[in-house]
Design a protein around this ligand. Structure first.
Ligand code: ATP
Ligand code: MG
Length: 424
């Protein structure tokens, strides 16, 4: 039987790895600029970190990779998202007592969800996310949105849209829940089985249903904005005004509720509107959470806000707009070894090149001149160093400038000095 990669997972092959690295580097640079530090939490956590009481989200109820090892009662879960682990760590490490709040962190790495694989939807995918934890200020809501928008813009994306909504505070959300329950009651029989569960646990999530989405009664459902108390309205207005002050374009979508249950106040998504994107067009999503820090045993009055972007989806969105990130760079030098006796001499030269910062490689196959020269071309090397027994005996090398098609024979002691002048 042939061995195959599991469904919904992917290898990042060598050619693509440069685009990944360029993306990772860009994300880190932006976090550095905005003063966010990296946090690395475990890939698996105790199941109760993710599975919280009365959580109605699909992710928690249907998509988690949960396991218990033999001879153990401990249930562990491969992380499906980054926020819960980060907040767990914030509380466990008492970061809430830091003199400087908010504590600003970012993370990057694989997430695991047992979903039906499709383009842009995988079982192992990578997220990059930020969390801004501790105090609550509309300025931090806006900071996180500006950071998200700036990253995507800097990568060259044009076909993107920021969608924004508020879920208000607990009181507003409770009133809205009651209104939604009353509204959906007559349609209960018609709702999909997931929505029947959502109706009991968190009727807001019915608005996020992908099955019943187009039904007439979905479109006419009550709107969150009519249930916001004054405080929540004011908070949202401040966020909107600040975004306008900074010229960040956005659209308010009052049916945007987001897939996770812990959100309150500001929620947002950045969507690619490019035609090539298909159904999985949400690249980045996030929001504020008022109750998560206290849920994990931290102080009552602390709030947080964060977002995560799907790195695979971002790469698809970039591709859809014809944007390429880094490709594999060529070598500085390729050492051609033309006589078996000269191999160690050539290997020493190669080692010296590398010690001096020249990205280089050599032929280990003892191919003929033609074969090695093809390898030079494939490696996109700027220089080929030709070494045979003649060069070895006279302690020299022949260096060929590939672009200029010129070559010189120089003393081995002068190689680095020569290349330094060529690369100036
Ligand atoms: P969706 O509605 O697409 O299922 P979600 O609400 O489950 O998204 P979040 O949990 O908010 O998504 O995750 C943030 C981002 O992570 C998404 O906007 C998306 O870019 C990415 N993402 C989520 N699930 C997957 C997946 N299975 N495969 C690839 N990327 C994903
Ligand atoms: Mg999902």
């Amino acid at each position: 039987m042939a061995y195959q990669i599991p469904r919904g997972t992917a290898d990042v092959l060598q050619e693509k790895s440069y685009a990944w690295q360029a993306l990772e580097e860009r994300l880190r640079q932006f976090c550095y600029l905005y003063n966010y530090d990296e946090i690395r939490t475990p890939i698996f956590e105790h199941t109760n970190v993710f599975k919280r009481e009365n959580d109605s989200s699909d992710m928690v109820n249907k998509e988690m990779y949960t396991f218990t090892l033999e001879n153990s009662n401990t249930s562990l879960t491969l992380r499906p998202e980054g926020t819960a682990g980060t907040v767990r760590s914030f509380v466990e490490n008492k970061m809430y007592a830091n003199p400087d709040q908010p504590v600003k962190m970012y993370y990057m790495g694989p997430m695991f969800r047992h979903e039906r694989p499709q383009k842009g939807r995988m079982r192992i995918f990578n997220q990059f996310g930020i969390e801004c934890l501790g105090n609550k200020s509309p300025y931090t809501d806006v900071e996180t949105i500006v950071l998200a928008f700036s990253i995507l813009k800097s990568l060259g994306l044009k076909d993107i849209k920021v969608c924004l909504n508020t879920l208000g505070d607990d009181e507003s959300r409770n009133n809205y829940r009651t209104a939604l329950k009353a509204y959906f009651e007559p349609y209960l029989d018609d709702l999909c089985s997931d929505c029947k569960r959502r109706y009991e646990q968190n009727p807001l999530r019915i608005l996020d249903c992908k099955v019943d989405h187009d039904k007439e009664y979905m479109k006419n459902a009550p709107s969150m904005k009519d249930y916001l108390n004054e405080e929540s309205k004011e908070y949202f207005n401040t966020v909107c005004n600040l975004l306008e002050t900074l010229d960040i374009p956005y659209e308010v979508d009052d049916k945007l509720v987001r897939g996770l249950d812990y959100y309150s106040h500001t929620v947002f998504e950045i969507v690619s509107v490019n035609k090539e994107m298909g159904a999985q067009s949400t690249v980045l999503a996030g929001g504020r959470y008022d109750n998560l820090i206290s849920y994990f045993g931290g102080p009552e009055n602390m709030s947080g806000i964060g977002w995560a972007l799907g790195m695979e989806r971002l790469l698809i969105a970039l591709e859809a707009e014809g944007i390429t990130l880094d490709e594999k760079p060529g070598l500085d030098a390729y050492v051609m070894c033309l006589d078996k006796q000269a191999q160690t001499y050539a290997f020493e030269v190669l080692t010296e090149l590398r010690a001096n910062g020249y990205r280089s490689d050599m032929d280990y196959l003892q191919r003929g001149f033609k074969g090695q020269f093809k390898a030079v071309s494939r490696s996109k090397a700027k220089f080929a160093l030709l070494i045979g027994s003649t060069e070895m005996d006279s302690n020299q090398v022949t260096i060929k400038n590939i672009e200029k098609q010129e070559q010189v024979t120089i003393s081995r002691d002068d190689i680095i000095e020569y290349l330094d002048t060529q690369f100036e």
